[in-house]
Ligand binder design. Sequence first.
Ligand code: 6PG
Length: 255
Amino acid sequence: MEATGAERPEPEVVVAEDAAAARRRLAELFADTARAAVAARGRFDVALAGGRTPAGAYDLLRLPPLYGRVPWRRVHVWFGDERCVAPDHPDSNYGMAKEHLLAGVPVPADQVHRFAGEGDPEEAARRYAAELDAAFPPRGGGPRYAFDLVLLGMGGEGHTASLFPHSPALSSPLPTAAPFVPKLGARRLTLTPRAINDARLVAFLVTGGGKAWAVRETLRGQGPDEALPARVIRPARGRVVWILDPEAAAGLSGE
Ligand code: 6PG
């Protein structure tokens, strides 16, 4: 039975001493979660966040000491979202992850699952959903898309992955979508809450004062969920951890 809102664990908030410490906390969480998942189930399925914020955390993972803690050959890399560009385009989230992580760790190539940003968006979303369905077969009533970890960032207006305010993707029954984003004037490829909310653990890494309003509104606001997409990320049975620097957490001060 789906957990009701009352039963869902409250988001956990970690305010690190600065942005570098926040990136370290995320990288350590990645490594610890990877080890535990492989020990328990023989593999670690992680969806990486795009944008700029996580790059420094990915860099820490391909260097000692964290590099040696992760059983890389058992890691399956997915993506929370992708821009509709080729993998070698400077805006590609896959390209960013390859530069800051994947080129430096021995994850088998067939265990890196990227959205085909270079192709037709609707077809790319359908193909990614098929890959997810193959990797996460129905499990007798448990959450289907049971990622061990989904990493997310957040935009200043509250978008996460490529789930933007009032997007129809927020209520999609499918695990992926290819929404047109009016403010960008472009299509994006994204996991939907249908997939993300099946995760065992979701970790947001948000830094900088420009995100303080969105962090406060997401965690403490009363507005409609569809206006703040990150509010829709509430795994039915998983944990949500927000790793913030003091600037991004400024709207939460006094708690
Ligand atoms: C993307 C990301 C997006 C990102 C936020 C924050 O493709 O851009 O998936 O959701 O996390 O826009 O981006 P920054 O980390 O660059 O501020």
